[in-house]
Design a protein around this ligand. Structure first.
Ligand code: MIC
Ligand code: SF4
Length: 756
């Protein structure tokens, strides 16, 4: 599993000089995020141009992590790049493809059979190119990375938006699309717009029912789903240092839900304890030796308003437990206000299922606090009213909580333990009765609660809370139950109160695991062959996308004007579609099927301009493609929010959509579009969105003079003969314009290595 101690020591040795040079250049103290970024500048990157939110900068990350659902596309691209081996330590984690139905063992066995072809592909590609492979059942990428690879002051990219979890161990860890991962694995620099900095000062101390999750639920309520876009969030203060390392991980993990580039915490005792508990004493010692470089300069935290673009202060001693939802992770309601909110919004208050665990909330501490409540069910003669499930984040956590009797206690309250995988968090939940589409309420400790996300039912209202609150609510079976003030009636008719949850930050007897599920790659993989059957339904080798034709784009059809929220789940749904993540043509049949058509408020029902008939989005686009006609997609704010899945960019590219024009983009999605040679444009005047009509024919002008910082124009020809010329912005730099011209970034890489 190799903890890269030498690499880490080398980084630490070089860090002081790099940080000092940046401090001199900027003439001021540095935040933690800045220190880590400066310590990872690519060797060809000069110490110039660090204006926040303005300049693209090249970095050299220390590692790459990929999960199975995105690794397939990342590695199919890497295979095209023409490199013999990955240039930085990389791992693949099999976690997204396992359906949660019965219980861990049975579900896992089924997944291993059903997805055999994909797992074999990932295992052999990993073996060939020097990538560590974590088998199905080993755990969820972010938990496994935290336990094994994350380290203070490091920089990592990962093909999953929740890669940011590693900020809990003081890393700058960033979610990216597979094409970005492919660059880094090929040894190329990785570029990111220099981020803005948001400081969150945590005062006071967590206690009682309040958990780290409540910090991020509160922050999401303040910043909303797009408030963190283009920013790194840095947490500090006495409230930060007094919190566990895994609690910090939870906060950073769900930071993806505010669109933040990443979140991080300065190195402290809690991180040192966690490193030691997970067998990395040597890294803890190395970090101790450079600890002043693994946190911000003291002046920054004394006068934060001078150094951060935005500052938020949260007093943990006053923070209430929250529940966020339904349908969006930023609708934050403190538990004491839930009764009112549920009545006002007519939310069903009966809780059908409580689900704990996932990549963000399955630490030993989380589970031990939840089990302290489960114990009270037996002790106080209560009966758990809702169904209850646990999804451990890793085999190490699962093995340890089983050894310590927690699973036994959960069993007594009728809980189901699912496989160490994403399961219900990513629509891989075969929930009994979901097909009836009944309106119902669930509570979970995951990150996301977009429509259909967990069980595919658009009428499931999902609320996100801490594992301890979710457990209490599952026991009560009632969304309006406030465990701080309310009592329950037990089986004997007595009124009882739940005691506050308690738990252990780390296992007193240490972590244990039998088989962690890791497979190291061959030392020399050159002889390993990777087979992809040409008739496979799940895997398809990629064909390069065609280069730009060198002219303005004229006569495009409006494919869809999407209304309101259009996340990557709306653009490329997960759940049953996950099985096609390695087959671009097949997965393209889900393109935009969740997006709401502005003109009839329906999903997957748009007008085919060739026939005048209404039909599904993918079929309509295929009809245009068959005629060689391009199209354009129009969208609202924060288009592409959520996942890192580049399928949301590759599918439209593959099916012949030429441009995505929206009010604003989420960061990862915008980059994914650029990488795949798509045009990602934003309205210069957001009101122009209203001008677009259903039968519009569209021209994109100015491409022959496509220049950084210079607007393009889009002409909408309406059916009545009138037209509107709409100025549009873009954020392409010179290199990204080259990607567009070449048809995709990968086309350039392939050329480069072929010439070398
Ligand atoms: C998610 O939480 O939405 C996912 C599924 O983990 C995605 C990745 C994917 O779509 O495969 C993410 O967060 O990036
Ligand atoms: Fe898996 Fe859910 Fe975590 Fe995404 S958020 S990595 S789907 S557990």
């Amino acid at each position: 599993m190799a903890f890269d101690v030498d690499m880490i020591k080398k980084l630490y040795a070089a860090m002081p000089a790099k940080v000092a040079a940046a401090r001199n250049k900027l003439g001021r103290p540095l935040t933690l995020a800045e220190k880590i970024l400066f310590a990872h500048l690519h060797e060809e990157q000069s110490l110039e141009n660090f204006e926040r939110a303005k300049h693209y900068v090249n970095f050299a990350p220390d590692r790459v992590a990929m999960q199975d659902a995105t690794a397939q596309m990342a590695l199919l691209q890497f295979m095209q790049a023409g490199r013999p081996k990955v240039a930085v330590p990389s791992t693949v984690h099999c976690d997204h493809l396992i359906v949660a139905k019965t219980e861990a063992k049975e579900d896992l066995e089924k997944a291993v059979t059903e997805s055999k072809e994909v797992y074999d592909f990932l295992a052999s590609v990993s073996n060939k190119y020097g990538i560590g492979f974590w088998k199905p059942g080993a755990g969820i990428i972010h938990q496994v990375v935290l336990e094994n690879y994350a380290f203070p002051g490091g920089m990592m990219i990962g093909t999953d938006s929740h890669t940011v979890n590693a900020g809990g161990l003081g890393m700058i860890a960033i979610g990216v699309g597979g094409a970005d991962a492919c660059d880094v694995m090929a040894g190329l620099p990785w570029e990111l717009k220099w981020p803005k900095l948001i400081g969150v000062k945590l005062t006071g101390k967590l206690s009682g029912w309040t958990a780290p999750k409540d910090v991020i639920l509160k922050v999401a309520g303040i910043l909303t789903v797009k408030g963190g876009t283009g920013a790194i969030v840095e947490y500090f203060g006495e409230g930060a240092t007094s919190m566990s390392c895994t609690g910090k991980g939870t906060i950073c993990n769900m930071g993806a839900e505010i669109g933040a580039t990443t979140s991080t915490f300065g190195y402290d005792e809690s991180m040192s304890r966690y490193l030691k508990a997970t067998g990395r004493e040597e890294i803890a010692a190395a970090a101790d030796a450079v600890k002043e470089h693994l946190t911000a300069d003291a002046e920054v935290y004394t006068n934060p308003e001078k150094y951060f673009d935005q500052l938020i202060e949260i007093n943990l001693s006053e923070l209430e437990p929250h529940l966020n939802g339904p349908f969006t992770p930023d609708l934050a309601t403190p538990i004491s206000k839930m009764k009112e909110a549920a009545i006002a919004n007519n939310w069903p208050t009966k809780i059908e299922v409580g689900l704990i665990g996932s990549c963000t909330n399955s630490s030993y501490e989380d589970i031990s606090r939840a089990v302290s409540l489960a114990r009270q069910v037996v002790e106080k003669n209560l009966k758990t009213k809702a169904e209850f499930t646990i999804t451990p984040g890793s085999e190490q956590v699962r093995f340890t909580i089983e050894r310590d009797g927690f699973l036994n206690t959960f069993d007594k309250i009728g809980a189901k333990v699912f496989a160490n995988a994403c399961g219900p968090c990513i629509g891989m939940w075969d929930r009994v009765g979901a097909e009836k589409q009944e309106r119902n309420t669930i509570v979970h400790s995951f990150n996301r609660n977009f429509a259909k996300r967990a069980d595919g039912n658009p009428n499931t209202l999902a609320f996100v809370g801490s594992p301890e609150l979710v457990t209490a609510l599952a026991i009560a079976g009632d969304l309006t139950f406030n465990p701080i003030t309310d009592s329950l009636i037990n089986e004997k008719g007595e009124s009882v109160k739940l005691d506050e949850p308690t738990g252990d930050e780390l296992p007193l007897r240490g972590f244990a695991v039998d088989d962690p599920g890791f497979q190291a790659p061959a030392a020399d993989g050159s002889g390993v062959s990777v087979d992809v059957s040409p008739t496979s339904k799940r895997l398809q080798l990629l064909d390069p996308f065609p280069a730009w034709e060198g002219t303005d784009l004229k006569g495009l059809k409006l494919l869809i004007k999407a209304k309101g929220k259009c996340t990557t789940d709306h653009i490329s749904m997960a759940g049953p579609w996950l099985k096609f993540r390695g087959h671009l043509d097949n997965i393209s049949n889900n393109m935009l099927i969740g997006a709401v058509n502005f003109f009839n408020e329906k999903t997957d029902n748009i007008k085919n301009q060739l026939t005048g008939e209404y039909g599904p989005v993918p079929a309509t686009q295929r009809a245009y493609k068959a005629q060689g006609i391009g199209s354009i997609v129009v969208g609202d704010e924060n288009y592409g929010e959520g996942s890192s899945r580049e399928h949301a960019a590759m599918e439209p590219r593959h099916l012949g959509v030429r441009a995505i024009l929206v009010k604003s983009f989420a960061r990862i999605h915008e980059t994914n579009l650029k990488k795949q040679g798509m045009l990602g444009l934003t309205f210069a005047n957001k009101d122009d969105y209203d001008k677009i009509q259903e039968d519009d024919i569209v021209d994109i002008l100015g491409l022959t003079d496509f220049t950084p910082g210079k607007q393009l124009a889009v002409v909408f020809h309406h059916a009545d003969g009138s037209s509107d010329i709409v100025p549009v912005n873009h954020t392409y730099n010179e290199q990204q314009i080259e990607w567009f011209k070449a048809g995709a970034a990968l086309n350039i890489i392939r050329q480069k290595f072929a010439e070398a």
